[in-house]
Design a protein around this ligand. Structure first.
Ligand SMILES: CC(C)(COP(=O)(O)OP(=O)(O)OC[C@H]1O[C@@H](n2cnc3c(N)ncnc32)[C@H](O)[C@@H]1OP(=O)(O)O)[C@@H](O)C(=O)NCCC(=O)NCCS
Length: 191
């Protein structure tokens, strides 16, 4: 089995990352149309480098990574929680959908809602934050739709093509999301 249905949505599910997909991840991360929105825009990702990054993330106790898989079992991206701080119940979120045909179609919103439910109701986190570049309006709109709020800006901290852009900080609390926990477990008998 290549993927496992850890968290199931309507049009997609979140699975543990499969290291057989390294080449696909490296292909996406070398695609400027995608990486312009991510940290590491100027990095060059070989398969070996991407394997090392993923292996380290998968070994880490403070990162949780999922592959985003559509209902036809096709990998479309990945997302995760990072710098998980179990004492203060907080973490940092990141996502990219590598299959560009899937942008602007609600897949990001659905995947993020699943991950937030996992973070808040399975890991018992309370605060999840993210950083997004000010020119990434699609991501900003997606995050606002979900309930993330802007909490500050680091001004002119990104330089791209000779122009300055801000990094926007956003966060969301455990009581500010759509609670899907009950529907996730409704078919199970819990004693
Ligand atoms: C960011 C990302 C995860 C969002 O997922 P998605 O499935 O494309 O987003 P959704 O369709 O759920 O929501 C996007 C919203 O932004 C809107 N939007 C799209 N392009 C826009 C633009 N140029 N300006 C303003 N709003 C825009 C969409 O209309 C939609 O809002 P709506 O549902 O109210 O119509 C995905 O596009 C992606 O991975 N992009 C590349 C990598 C990236 O940016 N990662 C995030 C780094 S912080």
């Amino acid at each position: 089995m290549k993927y496992y249905k850890k968290l199931i949505g309507e049009r997609l599910y979140l699975s543990p990352v499969n290291l057989d997909d390294i080449e696909k991840y490296a292909e996406w991360l070398n695609d400027l149309e995608i990486s312009l929105y991510l940290t590491g825009t100027s990095e060059v990702y070989t398969n070996d480098k991407e394997r090392e990054i993923l292996e380290n993330l998968l070994k880490s106790d403070t990162d949780v990574l999922f592959a985003i898989i559509n209902n036809d079992d096709k990998l479309i991206g990945n997302l995760g929680l990072h710098q998980i701080d179990y004492k203060n119940r907080k973490a940092t979120f990141g996502i990219f959908i590598g299959e560009k045909d899937y942008w602007n179609n609600g897949f990001g919103t659905e995947a993020i809602n699943l991950l937030l439910n996992y973070g808040f109701y399975f890991l018992n986190l309370h605060n999840i934050n993210l950083e997004v570049y000010s020119y990434n309006e699609r991501a900003i709109n997606c995050y606002k739709k979900i309930g993330f709020k802007e909490i500050g800006r680091r001004r002119e901290s990104i330089i791209l093509g000779g122009k300055f852009y801000d990094e926007i900080s956003m966060d969301i609390l455990s009581n500010e999301i759509k609670n899907d926990f009950d529907s996730m477990i409704e078919n199970f008998q819990i004693i």
